[in-house]
Design a protein around this ligand. Structure first.
Ligand SMILES: *Cc1c(COP(=O)(O)O)cnc(C)c1O
Length: 355
């Protein structure tokens, strides 16, 4: 049976990413060697790294003065690397969910942290909008897409101080104005590559300003200087990222993906709003295009488990909601075809007829 992969992360990747990476793992460029057993210092791998970085910059239209890094440690490592490198006295954080909260908690180890606003009391079902960013903060940190709660900040905010964003789960889903940000980071495993590589886009001039000593591996300057090869990089995931970037370019870039993502999300949200069994959990104006969270209406609550089974039997994978929200979450990342959204909608309609 055809599987429809709605996993939240690691999640669906373009078929070409999987096939090309599998081929290179068996035999890289007809070299007779596996991608897994080549030196990262070889000419061949250096070419992979160079092309990945160049294409990453091209697709996101990254201006001069920014570096792009491919590191280990996940987005979670960036929760500490960001304040380590940028927080001298005070930082501001917008608390929009589990990941935002983890980032905020880590920053407290390095200085004063101002939580400018939080939607915790409403189980993070919306993005706070009226808040004041202290102008003496070293930076303002946001999480653009809240993977667990299904809310998203879809426009590039204006910030009086350096804007830092965790874009783990919506990078490459739409065009962004990188010049509005000082630093953008994310784990690759949602929209870019297999797990194991973390991307960082950083404005070079922000670095070297804090007074504390920074351990070599946690200092962005080390990795800029080393071209993301100060130590052995995650070679296979980086190769995977390159394949996804080529796929994005082939489709026509992030503005084409944005249109497709809007259409897919709209189809599913329309069904959630129409179907008497279901309701969305995120505030309508903050609904994510990447993670669509919904639950069963109160009078049908007892059918929740049955719907989960019903959908699984029809090939739906990974639609169980995160335990902190319950219900269902359909992740509709870039690589998820429209056809999978339609298949899920069919399930919802069929189940409604039966109920
Ligand atoms: C998945 C996710 C993370 C955690 O990423 P790791 O690479 O596992 O550390 C952080 N932030 C957001 C928004 C995520 O979706």
């Amino acid at each position: 049976m055809k599987k429809h992969n709605f996993n939240a992360g690691p999640s669906i990747l373009p078929q070409s990413t999987i096939e090309n990476t599998a081929k290179a793992v068996l035999n890289f460029n007809d070299s007779g060697l596996s991608l897994m057993e080549m030196s990262h210092r070889s000419k061949d791998f250096q070419a992979v790294m160079d092309e990945t970085e160049a294409l990453f910059k091209e697709i996101l239209d990254i201006p001069q003065g920014y570096s792009v890094l491919f590191l280990g440690g996940g987005a979670s490592m960036q929760f500490c690397m960001v304040p380590y490198n940028l927080l001298e006295k005070k930082a501001a954080y917008l608390n929009t969910g589990t990941w935002a909260n983890k980032a905020l908690k880590e920053a407290k180890l390095f200085g004063e942290v101002v939580e400018v606003a939080s939607s915790k009391d409403a189980n993070f079902s919306f993005i706070p909008k009226d808040y004041v960013i202290p102008t003496d903060a070293d930076y303002f940190h946001i999480t653009t897409n809240n993977t667990i709660f299904g809310t998203e900040i879809r426009k590039d905010l204006d910030s009086p101080v350096t804007l830092v964003a965790d874009m783990s789960s919506d990078i490459f889903s739409r065009p962004i104005d990188v010049s509005k940000y000082g630093l953008i980071y994310g784990g690759a495993q949602k929209n870019l590559a297999p797990a194991g590589v973390t991307f960082v886009i950083v404005k070079d001039e922000l670095l070297g300003k804090v007074s504390r000593p920074i351990p070599t591996m946690l200092d962005y300057r080390t990795h800029i200087k080393g071209g993301s090869m100060f130590n052995t990089p995650p070679c296979v995931p980086i190769f995977g990222a390159l394949q996804t970037l080529k796929w994005i370019k082939g489709l026509g870039g992030v503005s084409v993906l944005e249109k497709m993502n809007i259409e897919k999300a709209q189809l599913l949200y329309d069904e959630i709003d129409r179907n008497k069994l279901f309701k969305g959990t995120a505030a309508v104006e903050d609904r994510s295009l990447m993670n669509i969270c919904f639950v069963m209406n109160d009078e049908y609550k007892e059918l929740e488990e049955e719907f989960g089974k019903f959908a699984a039997e029809r090939g739906m994978v990974g639609i169980k909601g995160h335990r902190s929200v319950g219900g269902f979450r359909a992740s509709t990342y870039n690589a998820l075809p429209r056809e999978s959204v339609l298949a899920l909608i069919d399930c919802m309609k069929e189940f409604e007829r039966k109920a």
